[in-house]
Write a protein that binds this ligand. Sequence first.
Ligand SMILES: [Zn+2]
Length: 329
Amino acid sequence: MTLTRRTVLAGTALAAAPFGGQALAQAAPSTPGSSQSAETSQAPGFYRYKVGDIEVTAINDGFARRPLEGFVRNAELSQVKEAMREAFLPEEALPITFTTLVLRRDGGGLTLIDTGNGDSGAPTSGFWMENFRAAGFEPSQVENVVISHFHGDHINGLRLKDGTAVFPRAEVMVPAAEWAFWMDDARMNQAPEGMKGAFQNVRRVFGPIANDVKRYEADKEIVPGLTSVAAYGHTPGHTAYMLSSGPGKLMVMSDITNHPALFVRHPDWAAVFDMDADQARQTRHRMLDMAASERAQVAFYHAPFPATGHIAKEGNGFRFVPVQWMPVV
Ligand SMILES: [Zn+2]
């Protein structure tokens, strides 16, 4: 086919068709993570890289579409659409991806950082276990699950809707400040109606193991090489991490930003999910500045897969520069 301006435009119109998202959602498998045909599926969503002696494997859990209207609290919709256009992203809805990390040392068990949506997320999510197994791992190998904060897309992979614990052998480690906030019944009772579900979900996930959950403080080495970093604002106990091994370093940014095209580029913008927008903004500036000046490798939970790269200063904000895909670890 000859490529003409007309065929290009026709393709664009198709991609941007209204309700394209719903059509996709309906076509998605009803069982999360169930196999698609070989012709339409992608390669499994895992990607390995090294940080010193520690092998890191990014595991993708699909995505969810978020309408842009009302998503950024302190920017006009037209500004947000402009940022999406600059990043060549759709202007109707933001595809928010989910990427957890698996850490492994030679001969050691596995440490997870966050767990994905389990079977509680959008129909376009729920691919985590399929990708985890495709990377050669089994849930029984997991020794520690480190949780950054208690939003559902980070904790629901711990427990299926029917109550099944997904990592029965693992020690679950959570930020002490996060636990103190979400497990406080008085706070739950005072919370606005729209937030009560989040409190109840925290109880659903952690209630059965409440006595065994290990609560960690900020600025502590919580498993070998992994140090917690207070990154409050997105939630009251939201935690980032520094992973270090020999000369290798990785700043695990968790949710200090949602999609980099919006919030790395515009660090003053506040996503509707940031519970304390001012504190989250200060945290975001502090950590992005540090990453840029130290030229540190970073990983974000909601960056495009494999969700790792570097931060460059640009204008009043920053730019996320993804790593180059490598065929060998
Ligand atoms: Zn999140």
